[in-house]
Design a protein around this ligand. Structure first.
Ligand SMILES: NC(=O)c1ccc[n+]([C@@H]2O[C@H](COP(=O)([O-])OP(=O)(O)OC[C@H]3O[C@@H](n4cnc5c(N)ncnc54)[C@H](OP(=O)(O)O)[C@@H]3O)[C@@H](O)[C@H]2O)c1
Length: 246
């Protein structure tokens, strides 16, 4: 009897990573390349793209696009042709602060890259993704376990998880999932003064069940899993060192 379950390798698959110049995106690019995938990375900063491309196998491609701009996203996907997996990890330093001190106009802007950019990427790429392919978006554990001051971050994470579930229904059989990380050591925190950043890492590590904060390579494994697995869709996979339980 024929076995219809096929091993889904990333070998020779085309993977596009929006937000791939640093952090979770670059770590995922490296991990996918190590599995034999052809990589395209996108971010807004030319020199960071160039530096990332140097760390990826020859033949990897990089493009500079502002993911706040719908037209740039549309034009990018008009040129890519068909591909296999989309990963969206773009995001800028986040505003953390109490609701009473929140500037609403600035708060709205924080949805532009993480939420509206991801929505536009799904809008313009879904029809280009080959059978068996996937979309993996990014949220964060703040959506499930917000600390005080995380109203904005938690809202964006919750929106991403809900959007992913809705797209899994609407675009089926294309699989769409999110990765929901806890605190991970990346450029995302480089707006904090060094001492404050180190305090955040140390205090978080002490509190977490696993006793350490996340590294980008550990979270990359989850994006790789979500690309390769063939049965889960509309799910948010939490990789947070146990943050949601403390
Ligand atoms: N690190 C954490 O602790 C953590 C926890 C939970 C969730 N997350 C989420 O994970 C995602 C990835 O974060 P990360 O930790 O990997 O941070 P990161 O290292 O700062 O990576 C962010 C990526 O987004 C790109 N980007 C920023 N603005 C852009 C724009 N306007 N257009 C195109 N690309 C843009 C950056 O590249 P350029 O600067 O070159 O444009 C970079 O490639 C974010 O959505 C973040 O909220 C992170």
């Amino acid at each position: 009897m024929e076995n219809s379950i096929q091993k889904n390798s990333l070998e020779k698959k085309k993977v596009i990573i929006l937000g791939g110049s640093t952090g979770l995106g670059l770590a995922t690019a490296k991990a996918a390349a190590a599995e034999g995938a052809y990589i395209t990375i996108v971010s807004s900063n030319k020199s960071r793209i160039e530096s990332a491309i140097m760390q990826l196998p020859a033949g990897s491609e990089g493009f500079t696009i502002d993911l706040r701009n719908e037209q740039e996203i549309k034009t990018f996907f008009e040129r890519t042709g068909n591909f296999d997996h989309l990963v969206y990890t773009a995001g800028e330093n986040l505003h953390i602060g109490k609701i009473t001190q929140t500037d609403l106009e600035k708060a709205r802007q924080f949805f532009n890259i993480r939420y509206w950019g991801a929505l536009a990427a799904v809008k313009y790429s879904a029809a280009l993704i080959n059978k068996g392919g996937s979309i993996t978006l990014t949220s964060g554990v703040a959506g499930l376990r917000p600390g005080s001051g995380w109203g904005l971050g938690a809202s964006i994470c919750g929106a991403m998880d809900a959007f992913s579930r809705a797209m899994a229904v609407e675009l089926a059989p294309l699989r769409i999932n999110t990765v929901s990380p806890g605190i991970v050591r990346t450029n995302l925190w480089d707006n904090l003064p060094e001492q404050e950043r180190n305090n955040l890492y140390t205090k978080t590590a002490e509190a977490l069940l696993v006793g350490r904060i996340g590294e980008a390579e550990q979270i990359a494994e989850t994006y790789i899993y979500l690309m390769k697995q063939q049965f889960g869709t509309g799910q948010s996979v939490v990789v947070d060192g146990g943050a949601v339980l403390i």
